[in-house]
Design a protein around this ligand. Structure first.
Ligand code: NDP
Ligand code: GDR
Length: 337
């Protein structure tokens, strides 16, 4: 049985990757942070009683604590390490640049060092990002497109990208970068624009909310489905040689088009509900992302299955169910009062 260690297992991608690896009969170890309230909602359906010899185990740690990462890697002796943990919100990285760099850049180095010094020498996956391309130098963006990061988050990810390659070249580690373009799902964090839109639109539909405040509606992104993208992560670590790959759909759409799709599906006109709040603008923006995943298609046999429209609908339907439950909850509360 193969053993994987996932940082960021409580996040969107961590939950889908854990599902995928458990289905492939892996033993999965996930790093979680101590939190005052539950932070394991996305993996609750996978978790079993720790007394029943489960294949999913959770251990406490943090990317800012290198000695803890080293002891965990030594203790667990994983075959594969997936570094998905990060302060992943680009806008927030302008508010918390030092923390973001500590976890997203130095955190990767701490984990790489833990992997390098462990006798088991696990394979390593780094969650690199299309944000590294930043200012548009060419489209579509490929593995050869130069980086021009436009936020503390993106700068930290560029550092981690190169440090991963340096550990591969200097120490012979099997270390890969997946340069993943935006990927979404019903499990996407509520403050990322797609989920913010599907959550608000469905609540507006049911009369639970009136307005939705957004920032730049002209930004264009290459949006795919997270469930498809975690397969690419796994495939990268199953190859004979470590390498770096772009993972994308090859289509780009604006925030405006996402609004059209979601509000249209609910028979609503977003023009009546959306207002612009400058607080959501970024000090420097990434205007256009469009990826070319030909290498991943050719070398990994990977391709995206879910289209832009299917993704928007999947997220809208899931949030509509949540909004209906919220509405029922409110009704039964007011009946009880
Ligand atoms: P999420 O924000 O949903 O999840 C981030 C995870 O990292 C959470 O489990 C979080 O824990 C954990 N985390 C944050 N800081 C630390 C820390 N200091 N130590 C340990 N754990 C920490 O992100 P996604 O699942 O969307 O993304 C996964 C990775 O892929 C991230 O590295 C992201 O930057 C990168 N990426 C994402 C893309 C996307 O479109 N989703 C595209 C390209 C790259 P907690 O639950 O406790 O907050
Ligand atoms: P992004 O995703 O920055 O691309 O990073 P996000 O959904 O936050 O923003 C996408 C675009 O939408 C514009 N936008 C808004 N964004 C947010 N969050 N809230 C708003 O109200 C809003 N209004 C407009 C943004 O300006 C931006 O142009 C995501 C994260 O998952 C990163 O971790 C990952 O690396 C990249 O995708 C690829």
């Amino acid at each position: 049985m193969k053993r994987a260690f996932i940082t960021g297992i409580t996040g969107q991608d961590g939950s889908y990757l854990a599902e995928l690896l458990l289905a492939k009969d892996y033993e999965v170890w996930g790093l979680i942070r101590r939190s005052a309230s539950f932070n394991t909602g996305r993996i609750e359906h996978l978790y079993q009683d720790p007394h029943e010899n489960p294949r999913l185990r959770l251990v406490y740690g943090d990317l800012t604590d290198g000695s803890n990462l080293s002891s965990l890697i030594n203790e667990i002796q994983p075959d594969e390490v997936y570094n998905l943990a990060a302060q992943s919100h680009v806008r927030v990285s302008f508010d918390m640049p030092i923390y973001t760099v500590n976890s997203d850049a130095l955190g990767t180095l701490r984990l790489l060092e833990a992997v390098r010094t462990c006798k088991c020498r696990p394979k390593f996956y780094q969650a690199s990002s299309s944000e590294m391309y930043g200012k548009v130098l060419e489209t579509p963006q490929t593995e050869k497109t130069p980086f021009y990061p436009r936020s503390p988050y993106a700068c930290a990810k560029v550092y981690s990208y190169w440090q991963t390659i340096n550990h591969r070249e200097a120490y012979g580690l099997f270390a890969c970068n997946g340069v993943l373009f935006n990927h979404e799902s019903p499990r996407r964090g509520e403050t990322f624009v797609t989920r913010k839109i599907t959550r608000a639109a469905t609540r507006i539909k049911l009369g639970l909310q009136e307005k939705l405040y957004l920032g730049n509606l002209d930004a264009k992104r290459d949006w795919g489905f997270a469930g498809d993208y975690v397969e690419a992560m796994w495939l990268m670590l199953q190859q004979d040689q470590p390498d770096d790959y772009v993972v994308a759909t090859g289509e780009t759409h604006s925030v405006r088009e996402f609004l059209d799709e979601v509000f249209g599906h609910l028979d609503l006109d977003w023009g009546w509900h959306v207002e612009i709040d400058p607080r959501y603008f970024r000090p420097s923006e990434v205007d256009l992302l469009l990826g070319d995943a030909s290498k991943a298609r050719r070398m990994l046999g990977w391709e995206p299955r879910v289209t832009f429209c299917q993704l928007a609908r999947m997220m809208t339907e899931a949030d509509l169910k949540r909004a209906q439950r919220e509405q029922l909850g409110r009704q039964s509360e007011s009946m009880g009062a």
